[in-house]
Design a protein around this ligand. Structure first.
Ligand code: ADP
Ligand code: GLC
Length: 485
């Protein structure tokens, strides 16, 4: 019999996406269906989600009186879109806002974000306890801080409840707010004890998940180990160590249908591992789109990323003089922190025809970059999993990555033994400093000049299983153990 599961998150591709979280929440249900897990995904009814619900037609259910008392009038909308079953939490006062889901038009966090996402978590807990349309989940799976209070609400309800899992996609976002918001979140006074959701004098939504979920997962085994250390735990390492074996890492996969170079409509030329030569047309198109001189033999580096401290792209800015001297080209697609956006714009002006950037968010262009560049740079300081290096493997771009988190777990470094064994899929570097990155770029240029070794890495990447199949098996086994308990 299939296991009913409620997944709860603040974004899900293709309805609403700001980063990898949406990719994971959107793709995992399909893979879980093959493992006998029937997923419904609870997300906020942002305008784009309301529009999709109206387009496909949705069944409406009332909110519980408790949730309305906490969050105001609203409703639940159940609908199926792109083969996935969604439940949208329609709380107009919280979610009917245009633009990016978390930010004001001026680019600042909405001040009421903690209340908005406490309401999302409360809705998940209510569905966990009372069901919807006669359907009740055996397990509730919460993602990141926005859904973090779900296990806490279920715990404090003090009733028979479904099993709970929280997945940490990024521990840097603790979802912190003032302790005084506790009452408006309808959490009991004891929630403010250290064993509750208190976190260094604040209330942390993520802590609700870490403290109360039956199991805590993160998106790679190495990141699972890193967050248990003072360096990587961002204040949560103590409680994570205390949770012991309840904490584990399950590597992300990717949606191999949305990301398939044999069928991808965003490419200038579709290709498969047997006709890699066709990538050349994508490289030419990429150079044209970025305004770089068409040059089939020039090593082209690409970046597809949020521009933030996490991603280490300030290190790339530091090593640009050496990179430019080597004659390579660089195409950057990204947006985020203003100083980094400005830094890449300035670099483009200083090195026209060699560096080009598109500052913004562009899903089809992200596909073309993966299909057209020779090497994809991911110099992250920390990276829970990272998806862009997985897309690179699937699209024949050689990933050059910092040796941290999921990057360490997914790329086989081109060290002499891996090269001799014909096993390398990319390059890893450490320490993650400007000098470490510069050394990696020198190593990349040498490997690129060795066309046999380079092609072997591309072929190995294309042969790597980056699908959700294996990760979904791990999640399904985890859910079953909780449902049985
Ligand atoms: P994170 O979630 O930390 O941003 P991931 O590597 O897990 O990092 O996922 C990032 C996702 O966002 C990928 O799907 C990537 O292609 C996409 N992405 C990031 N920046 C852009 C952009 N400027 N335009 C299009 N897609 C982007
Ligand atoms: C986060 C992490 C990223 C991960 C993604 C999906 O945004 O920064 O490393 O791949 O979540 O799990």
């Amino acid at each position: 019999m299939s296991l009913p599961l409620l997944s709860v998150a603040s974004e899900a591709f293709p309805l609403i996406k700001t980063g990898g979280l949406a990719d994971v929440v959107g793709a995992l249900p399909q893979a879980l269906a093959e493992q006998g897990v029937a997923v419904r995904t609870l997300i906020p009814a942002y305008p784009a989600v309301l529009a999709e619900a109206a387009r496909v037609g949705a069944a409406e259910s009332p909110l519980t009186p408790g949730l309305e008392a906490q969050a105001g009038p609203g409703r639940l909308l159940a609908f199926t879109s792109h083969g996935r079953d969604f439940i949208a939490l329609d709380l107009p006062q919280f979610f009917n806002r245009e633009g990016a889901p978390y930010l004001t038009p001026e680019g600042r966090d909405w001040p009421d974000n903690p209340l908005r996402f406490a309401a999302l978590s409360r809705a998940a807990a209510e569905i966990g306890l009372h069901g919807i349309e006669g359907w009740k989940p055996a397990v509730v799976h919460a993602h990141d801080w926005q859904a973090g209070l779900t296990p806490a609400y279920l715990h404090y309800a003090g009733q028979p409840r479904p099993g709970t899992v929280i997945t940490i996609h990024n521990i840097a976002f603790a979802g912190k707010c003032a302790l005084s918001l506790r009452e408006r979140m309808h959490l009991p006074p004891e929630a403010l004890l250290p064993e509750g959701v208190e976190f260094y004098g604040s209330l942390s939504l993520l802590k609700g998940g870490i403290a109360f979920a039956d199991r805590v997962t993160t998106v790679s085994p190495t990141y699972a180990a890193e967050i248990c250390t003072p360096e990587g735990g961002m204040g949560f390492d103590g409680i994570l160590r205390a949770r012991g074996a309840a904490v584990s890492g399950i590597l992300n996969g990717i949606d191999t249908e949305a990301w398939d170079p044999r069928t991808d409509a965003a490419l200038a030329a579709k290709f498969d591992p047997l006709n890699l030569i066709k990538r050349g047309a994508n490289k030419a198109e990429l150079q044209a789109r970025f305004g770089l001189p068409r040059s089939p033999d020039t090593l082209v580096y690409g970046v597809v990323s949020r521009l933030s401290w996490q991603k280490g792209l300030d290190l790339l800015l530091q090593v640009l003089p050496e990179l430019m001297a080597s004659g390579a080209q660089l195409a950057v697609l990204g947006n985020g922190d203003r100083p980094l956006e400005d830094g890449f714009r300035a670099a483009m002006q200083a090195h026209p025809g060699q560096i080009s950037c598109v500052i913004g968010y562009n899903e089809p262009l992200a596909h073309l970059v993966q299909a057209g560049v020779d090497a994809l740079l991911v110099p992250s300081r920390f990276e829970p999993c990272g998806l862009t290096q997985l897309y690179a493997l699937r699209y024949g771009a050689v990933p050059v990555v910092g040796r941290v988190g999921g990057l360490a777990d997914t790329i086989i470094d081109a060290n002499p033994m891996a090269l001799a064994a014909g096993a390398a899929t990319g390059l890893q570097f450490s320490p993650i400093t400007a000098e470490g990155l510069a050394a990696a770029l020198r190593r990349t240029a040498i490997l690129y000049a060795n066309r046999t070794a380079w092609k072997q890495m591309q072929v190995n990447g294309l042969a790597t299983d980056v699908s959700w199949r294996e990760p979904a098996r791990h999640y399904a086994a985890l859910y079953r153990s909780l449902a049985a308990a």
